[in-house]
Design a binder for this molecule. Structure first.
Ligand code: XMP
Length: 516
């Protein structure tokens, strides 16, 4: 079965990814393209519908995003949102001006024509979220107003050319009936089938992998996290024993993680796993290193070296390796194609980058169309246990970026013990899956304490717990005092070498989630 696709053209709005998610929630596939995407690239998707997103510019700005106005003539129904509305008005011969009164935040909109398919089933007055400085003043020929706010025009249509547009944001949750508007666009106007389900995704992806790989051999770097595990499962379902997964113990995994991950993925899911305990190699490379970037680089390089050794060995045994599976997700894909200036490297992320070229491996990225929560849905459909799917993210360089200062075997053990208590208590409180990440950080700060009648002089643990949607921004989580009290007293009592526990109350920005 073909996949119906809604194409969203991004004009630089912070909400564009949200539009994509809202549409996918209706079981309709959507992709985000930069507004500068060439027409033939847009047409290649045979779009079921086209959405023009909002954006921070004015259509009259010298650097206004340069979309080709011909996108309005592709024949697919169009929905403009915010800047998208102004783009339509401006390019089809109407007039946009700087509004006398800017509208930011909550607003009330009157739907003047509820017989239009876009507003079917909606009440006369709508609570919406506005965020614009410009407004449409004169409409292009063939268009009429269908909604108005106190301050400005809020909706237009040209049913003959199948173009609709709203000035407000139906995709944000401050527009409570926004999903109804998007549903009207998808199902009534575009005629979507709503059949982009996990089962459909699995079926089409597995078939595509099978065809692509043929009789070739595939390797996958497993981390035990959600993304690499689900990616590996999809490939396993497609080609079975032609896939070998490599799981490396880099010496900075959490307590018992090396054994637990193997148990879960090999015994419960039947993946073919080569587990390599390279602890000694990694800790040797980390000896004497305190600089956060140097730690990350050393771990990244060593990982590539270990992985390459194993891959070469597997290649000798199987007669050659052709493919590498990567758990790349959709936000990374959008991020790398979006239009923006150079940004500073805050942290160099650790992955198997560079390896495919060196080993002449072709890439399989079965999750590159999915958001994180969609990956979990797929994993559930594949019958994977919640223990794997519900795992909080864990950085590639592991505990090394949570041990400030030098990483030594003793410090790794200290942090593993403290971290296990944090995770166990958060789980016991029923908060583990509600929190983005919760963990312990070992600080190289020693302080004086008293236990029994003894003076102690020992290390400090910081507890970090954050709420986030994507890791890009995060709020520190207000954990209950009782829980913090339990964690603190357990750590100090049970982990010899720690005599003080502090709680990190820094959000991101200005902090980052990991301390290094
Ligand atoms: P920061 O610390 O930059 O982290 O706020 C954002 C998210 O990314 C995770 N993280 C990593 N993940 N390799 C990874 O795969 C890395 O090198 C890495 N560094 C940070 C971090 O745990 C958080 O979820």
């Amino acid at each position: 079965m073909d996949t119906q696709t809604v194409v969203i053209l991004d004009f630089g709005s912070q909400y564009t990814q949200l539009i994509a998610r809202r549409i996918r929630e209706q079981n309709v596939f959507s992709v985000v393209l930069p507004c500068t995407a060439p027409l033939n690239e847009i047409e290649a998707y045979k779009p079921l519908g086209l959405i023009l997103s909002g954006g921070p510019c004015s259509v009259y700005d010298a650097d206004a995003p340069a979309a080709n106005p011909k996108v309005l003539e592709l024949g697919a129904p169009v929905l403009g949102i915010c800047y998208g509305l102004q783009f339509i008005v401006h390019h089809l011969g109407g007039k946009v001006r700087s509004a006398a009164k800017r509208e930011y935040g909550h607003a009330e909109v009157a739907l003047e024509d509820r017989s239009t398919p876009l507003f079917a089933g909606l009440p006369e007055l709508l609570q919406v979220w506005m965020s614009h400085g410009d407004e449409a003043l004169e409409l292009p020929a063939g268009f009429r107003r269908i909604a108005i706010s106190d301050n400005a025009l809020a909706g237009i249509e040209n049913p003959e050319h199948r173009i609709w547009a709203v000035q407000f944001h139906p995709e944000v949750h401050h527009t409570p009936l926004g999903p109804e508007i998007l549903k009207n666009f998808l199902f009534t106007i575009c005629g979507a089938r709503g059949d982009w389900t996990p089962a459909h995704f699995i079926e089409t992806t597995v078939a595509a992998i099978r065809e692509k790989v043929g009789a070739g051999h595939v390797i996958c770097a497993l981390s035990g996290g959600v993304d690499s595990s689900v990616a590996a499962m999809l490939v396993h379902k497609a080609i079975g024993s032609q896939l070998t997964c490599i799981f490396v113990n880099n010496g900075v995994l959490r307590k018992n993680e090396f054994e637990n991950v193997q148990k879960n993925l090999r015994e419960k899911l039947g993946l073919n796993i080569v587990a390599v305990n390279a602890t000694a190699r990694f800790l040797e490379r980390l000896a004497g290193v305190s600089d956060p970037e140097l730690k990350r680089k050393r771990i990244g390089q060593e990982f590539i070296a270990v992985f390459e050794d194993e891959a070469n060995r597997i290649a000798r045994e199987t007669g050659g390796v052709d493919w590498l599976v990567q758990g790349t997700l959709y936000p990374d894909v959008i991020e790398s194609s979006s239009v923006k200036g150079p940004s500073q490297t805050i942290k160099s992320h650790h992955n198997v980058g560079g390896l495919p070229e060196r080993m002449k491996l072709k890439l399989i990225e079965p999750l590159r169309d999915l958001f994180k929560d969609e990956v979990r849905r797929i994993g559930r459909d594949l019958g994977m246990p919640e223990e794997i799917l519900g795992r909080q993210p864990f950085p590639g360089p592991g505990l090394a970026v949570r041990i400030l200062g030098e990483v030594t075997p003793e410090r790794v053990t200290l942090l593993q013990e403290a971290d296990e208590i944090v995770v166990a208590e958060i789980k016991a409180a029923g908060l583990y899956t509600k929190i983005w990440q919760s963990f312990a950080v070992l600080l190289p700060v020693m302080s004086v304490g008293v236990m029994g009648d003894q003076r102690t002089y020992a290390y400090t643990i910081a507890i970090r717990a954050v709420l986030s949607e994507d890791g890009m921004t995060a709020d520190w989580s207000p954990l209950p005092y009782e829980l913090l009290k339990r964690i603190s007293s357990r750590i100090v009592n049970e982990v010899r070498g720690i005599n003080r526990v502090v709680y990190d109350i820094t959000s991101k920005p200005p902090g980052t989630i990991e301390w290094e």
